[in-house]
Design a protein around this ligand. Structure first.
Ligand SMILES: NC(=O)c1ccc[n+]([C@@H]2O[C@H](COP(=O)([O-])OP(=O)(O)OC[C@H]3O[C@@H](n4cnc5c(N)ncnc54)[C@H](OP(=O)(O)O)[C@@H]3O)[C@@H](O)[C@H]2O)c1
Length: 257
């Protein structure tokens, strides 16, 4: 089903009317860049003049993002790629490097949630899906982009994990385990990359105010939920020069939820 797009990238000014261009000329890959959070991240980078490459699965989601990008749509590219498939991701990165010659940031916003089922009732296929989307995606993407970033001596990787990586509620064993493993993997990668100029961080959302969550929990108080645009601002900060001393962190972005 086509997601509603609530905003348009029709301005390059922030709320104070100042021009934003922190990422002018930079090339950013947003995996899952058409999703509830990924779309806000893609738009935020476009508003700051980055060249944004997104991966998606559903064509209509990319069309919706392109429409939302408004005047910045020419800076946007999209590729229908399963990011758990290593050879497909390798081809994608070769294409991005062929077209742009560099890759400055990777945001992995691919992921999925499965919950409400006790571990002994959890289908093996769901367990495998959680590992594939929440853990393997980050492994495949990182191992493919890191060599290019090392050549440049700079780069930023943000992996979207979850509060559930630390806060292990019942009924979500596979989800919690996959997100905890993703944080551990990024921590270890950060150690591997110390001193190289390539920075790696995780962010930890809890519930986000996405259309899908509103539909799933219609009587909840949406006002308390962090907005995708608010989390996107943290991600852009982490990818910016201002965050050059932040490396190997897992940053909570769950406000008061
Ligand atoms: N939403 C929340 O409340 C919440 C809370 C905590 C953590 N998170 C985490 O935040 C991240 C983003 O969540 P979200 O709510 O934005 O999820 P979402 O709306 O479901 O978006 C996920 C995105 O990933 C894409 N995707 C899924 N599987 C893929 C694959 N194999 N290859 C390539 N792309 C794939 C989807 O593409 P298609 O739509 O085309 O399938 C979509 O663009 C996830 O890691 C999630 O676990 C979310």
């Amino acid at each position: 089903m086509r997601r509603q797009v609530n905003f348009r990238a029709n301005s390059t000014s922030n709320e104070k009317g100042q021009m934003n261009g922190r990422f002018a000329g930079k090339v950013v890959l947003v995996a899952g860049g058409t999703g509830g959070l990924g779309r806000a991240v893609s738009i935020a980078f476009l508003q700051e003049r980055a060249k944004v490459v997104v991966t998606y699965r559903k064509e209509e989601e990319f069309v919706a993002l392109k429409n939302a990008a408004g005047p910045h749509a020419s800076l946007l590219r999209g590729h229908q790629v399963d990011v758990t498939n290593e050879s497909a991701v390798r081809q994608l990165i070769e294409r991005v490097l062929g077209e742009h010659g560099r890759l400055d940031a990777l945001v992995n916003a691919v992921g999925a949630y499965a919950g409400g089922v006790k571990l002994w009732e959890l289908e093996p296929s769901v367990f495998e899906l959680m590992l594939a989307l929440n853990l393997r995606s980050g492994y495949v993407l990182s191992r493919t982009v890191v060599p290019a970033m090392l050549k440049e001596g700079s780069g930023a990787i943000i992996n979207v994990a979850s509060k559930a990586a630390f806060d292990h509620a019942g009924g979500a064993a596979a989800y919690a385990a996959s997100k905890a493993a993703a944080v551990a993997m990024m921590d270890s990668l950060a150690e591997d990359l110390k001193g190289t100029g390539v920075r790696v961080n995780s962010i930890l959302p809890s519930i986000i105010d996405t259309e899908a969550n509103r539909k799933a929990m219609p009587i909840a108080d949406f006002a308390k939920w962090p907005k995708p645009e608010e989390i996107a601002r943290v991600i852009l900060f982490l990818c910016s020069e201002d965050a050059k001393v932040i490396h190997g962190a897992a940053i909570p972005v769950y406000g008061n939820t």
